[in-house]
Every structure is written in structure tokens, then in C-alpha cells.
Ligand binder design. Structure first.
Ligand SMILES: Nc1nc2c(ncn2[C@@H]2O[C@H](COP(=O)(O)OP(=O)(O)OP(=O)(O)O)[C@@H](O)[C@H]2O)c(=O)[nH]1
Ligand SMILES: [Mg+2]
Length: 244
């Protein structure tokens, strides 16, 4: 539950995002209307990303040499001081100005998480394969865990620090984001979405390996499903939240 904003910690994983990171962090620095800290967790980039961030002065730079999107986010969150954590990519694909509306929704709903959904994006900028993969994963997730999310693969989220500290997340790479949603559903934490726009990546390469990540995400979903306690809990939570 998040009834007020004390401080917002924006956690940004980066791996070779030199062409993208400056615009992302300067926009957040100028636009985010709450007390904040910006934490960039860099995977020892070789293209100058670290140097750009270090020179800015207003970002905290953490080097996480271990590979993995999830590990980078975990490291960043461990160092976060805010009561609200924002996770967002450092690749310029998300509209970081929408952090303000995500936080407003957190407060309005007293929520544990608000995801920015790209499914109502008028530009339809998500690639077709990613769109289809996301739809299939989201359908399975919603069905098994009694939720109504539209974009489970969104890496742009506002999260209650207290809630994330309370769940144990073991996935080190892209499946981390899905594991988080499963554990939140199991705990009965409330999750909402706000629409956002999306842009195709301008510089650098995607680190997503579709096949590997797809297998990891599906196995995370099915492993959770095989745990009868998780499923029962999610159904109970759904009934409880529906009555509210
Ligand atoms: N520190 C760290 N950051 C990572 C690692 N892998 C990915 N990232 C960052 O995590 C974010 C998400 O990765 P992306 O490559 O954008 O994955 P994606 O969003 O599925 O792919 P795009 O469609 O290209 O945006 C980006 O900011 C990456 O730079 C890693 O191993 N370590
Ligand atoms: Mg990305």
C-alpha cells in the first residue's frame, strides 16, 4: 500500500546504452515532480554509458558486473532509499514523463504496483514478435494467477518498496519481471495499469534473447502454477479484491 510519496527511487539497468541514457536521465531529472534519486545500474558497459552517467553528477552509478536484467534491478533496488521504486529501461523506449501519472495512480489507489501498459499505444511501436509473445505470456499469466493485466512484459513499473522487500525473487534475467508479478499476485498485492506510449529503440542493440527469455518466462509461469498453494492464494485474493 502506498498512501503518500516520501521519496521516489528510479532504478535504471543499462548495458551499452550510450546513445540512449542521457535523454532518459535528463528527462527524469527535469520532469519528475517528487523528491527523488536516480540510480543507474550498469553492467560494465564498454560504449561509454558509465562515463556519461558519472559526469552528470546527479545520478548514483552502481556497477553490477554480473550479467542479467533481473540481477541489475535487484542490486539497484537494494540500494534504493525511496518508499516508491520506479524501474525503467535506459534505452529511451519508454515515455519516462509518465512516471508522474504512475505515481498519481499509486496514491489514488493506495496500490502496491502500477505498470505502464503499452497495449493502448496509438503508435503501435512494439515489434510484431514481441507483441505476440507478450500477449501469449500475459494471457497465461492472467488466467493462472487471476489477474487482469494487459502488459506483463512492461519493464516500466512503480512499486511499493515495502512490498518488493517482502517477496523473494530468484530469477536473474528477463523472467524477473514475470516472477515479480506472480509473487505479488500470491501476496494479494494490488496492481494497476496506466497507458503509456512506446518508441522503438533508436541506438544500440536489444539484449533480449527472445527464445531463451521465452523459455525462462514460461517455465516461471508454469512452475508457479504447479504450486497449488500459490494458485489457491491467488484465487482467494481475487475474490477478496473483487468484493472491495
Ligand atoms: N546492468 C545490466 N543491464 C541490462 C542487462 N541486460 C539488459 N540490460 C538493460 O535492461 C534494459 C532492458 O533491456 P533491453 O535490451 O532494452 O530489452 P528489451 O526492452 O526487451 O528490448 P528492446 O526492444 O530493444 O527495448 C535496457 O536498459 C538494457 O540496457 C544486463 O545484463 N545488465
Ligand atoms: Mg528495452
Amino acid at each position: 500500500m502506498t498512501s503518500k510519496v516520501e521519496m521516489v527511487s528510479v532504478v535504471i539497468p543499462t548495458l551499452n546504452e550510450a546513445g540512449n541514457i542521457l535523454e532518459a536521465v535528463t528527462t527524469i531529472h527535469e520532469d519528475l515532480a517528487y523528491p527523488k534519486e536516480i540510480i543507474v545500474v550498469d553492467g560494465n558497459s564498454t560504449d561509454g554509458t558509465k562515463e556519461i552517467v558519472r559526469d552528470l553528477g546527479y545520478c548514483k552509478l552502481i556497477i553490477e558486473p554480473r550479467r542479467g536484467y533481473g540481477l541489475a534491478l535487484k542490486t539497484g533496488m537494494k540500494n534504493a532509499k525511496g518508499n516508491i521504486i520506479i524501474m525503467v529501461d535506459g534505452d529511451g523506449t519508454y515515455e519516462v514523463r509518465h512516471i508522474n501519472r504512475m505515481i498519481a495512480k499509486m496514491i489514488e489507489k493506495d496500490a502496491d504496483m502500477v505498470l505502464a501498459t503499452r497495449m493502448y499505444d496509438p503508435n503501435k511501436a512494439m515489434g510484431l514478435m514481441n507483441f505476440i509473445g507478450n500477449k501469449v505470456i500475459t494471457t497465461f499469466y492472467d488466467f493462472f494467477y487471476s489477474q487482469f493485466l494487459s502488459d506483463t512484459q512492461s519493464g516500466f513499473r512503480a512499486i511499493s518498496h515495502e512490498a518488493i522487500d517482502n517477496v523473494e525473487l530468484n530469477e536473474g534475467d528477463m523472467a524477473y519481471a514475470t516472477e515479480m508479478l506472480i509473487k505479488f499476485a500470491k501476496e494479494g498485492y494490488t496492481m494497476y495499469e496506466v497507458p503509456t506510449t512506446y518508441k522503438a529503440r533508436k541506438y544500440g542493440k536489444p539484449k533480449l534473447r527472445r527464445f531463451k527469455s521465452g523459455i525462462e518466462i514460461f517455465s516461471t509461469i508454469f512452475r508457479g502454477f504447479l504450486d497449488a498453494k500459490t494458485i489457491r492464494k491467488c484465487q482467494e485474493n481475487w475474490k477478496k479484491n473483487r468484493v472491495k
